[in-house]
Write a protein that binds this ligand. Structure first.
Ligand SMILES: O=C(O)CCC(=O)C(=O)O
Length: 325
């Protein structure tokens, strides 16, 4: 099945399961460790559909891709490889792609999410990582730092389109780091291994505590929104580490994700959501269609001014700056 990897991946370890084996033990593993791997969740046909769709999206054939990254000119005259190698990640592809939209409620996603979140589940974000050879990883972070829920229910579902292994930049997690329910501070790192998103620091774990989550293509990795995780660069000579990762939460929680003029934090409820299981207790509010697909900055050309190593940041930044990061 692999397009980019030939070595075998050990799926015979705790936290790896299949749809057939999914049970109480899987839920317990997720609760204790903050992640769970469902192998064999996506068929070869579905995976091929995702590969084709990723190319169409990157070519701009599903609609314009916004964001600060300049538009890729001349894509029509290029091969898929030439187009794809420009991209690290596209946010909100489900807004323009029916194929991606369908994957939000893929059986594998729904079966696990209704166990680890609850019967009523909504999705607010999709991200299509291409992560071509040479592209950066993402530094330590917790997803609830970006998408706050009121009941700590945020969960990522990371569908591996290619085998994801250490060499091409798989996920790394710190098992159990979600349990304290603490959001750690972040700072603007200048580590070239990672893209320009902030990096978490000040947590009571070291690199000895992290584990790579290597998975075969077609697996889905579920991870809690408070779990510390990162990924390293794609160090392969060619190919990609393509992933469709969607974020979900309980439909009971309001979603104070984006500030809305004139709405207090307590009432704020972002309604650009897709229900994937159960009932929406806030259906009476209706839904919005406000987010657009956009290309994430890959940090290829550096991340701009004001970046430093952690020690320098802590010595030089004002207390307000430190509190804000
Ligand atoms: O896929 C990756 O490299 C990082 C994904 C991630 O950090 C996330 O979805 O929160």
């Amino acid at each position: 099945m692999a397009d980019t990897t030939t070595r075998s991946i050990d799926c015979n370890k705790p936290g790896y399961t299949t749809l057939d084996q999914l049970g109480e033990e899987s839920t317990r593993f997720f609760q204790e460790n903050g992640y769970l791997v469902l192998t064999g969740a996506v068929s070869e046909e579905e995976r091929r559909a995702l590969i084709d769709e990723a190319a169409a999206i990157c070519r701009g054939r599903r609609g314009e891709l916004g964001g600060a990254v300049p538009k890729l000119e001349g894509a029509d005259g290029m091969s898929d490889d030439e187009v794809l190698k420009h991209f690290l990640c596209i946010h909100q592809p489900h807004k323009v792609s029916e194929t991606i939209h369908r994957f939000l409620s893929h059986k594998g996603n729904v079966e696990v999410l209704t166990r680890v979140i609850g019967p009523n589940v909504k999705c607010m974000q999709s991200m299509l990582f291409i992560k071509a050879a040479g592209k950066a990883g993402q530094a330590w972070h917790q997803d609830e730092d970006y998408i706050p829920t009121r009941d700590r229910s945020l969960c990522g579902a990371w569908i591996a389109i290619d085998d994801a292994v250490i060499e091409n930049g798989c996920l790394w997690v710190i098992p159990g780091s979600h349990k304290r329910g603490v959001l750690y501070p972040q700072y603007p790192h200048n580590d070239k291994r990672f893209d320009c998103a902030l990096e978490a620091y000040g947590f009571p774990y070291t690199e000895k505590d992290e584990v790579p989550v290597e998975v075969p293509a077609g697996s889905i990795v579920f991870f809690n929104g408070y779990l510390l995780h990162r990924s390293l660069p794609n160090r392969s000579e060619k190919g990609y580490r393509r992933v469709l990762v969607n974020h979900y939460m309980s439909a009971e929680s309001l979603l104070p994700w984006r500030h809305k003029e004139g709405v207090s934090v307590a009432k704020n409820d972002f309604r650009d959501i897709v229900m994937v299981a159960g009932e929406d207790p806030y259906a009476y509010k209706g839904c919005e269609d406000v987010t657009r697909p956009h290309v994430r900055e890959a940090g290829d050309g550096g991340c701009g001014d004001g970046r430093s190593d952690l020690e320098t940041f802590l010595k030089t930044a004002s207390p307000e700056r430190i509190a804000r990061a």
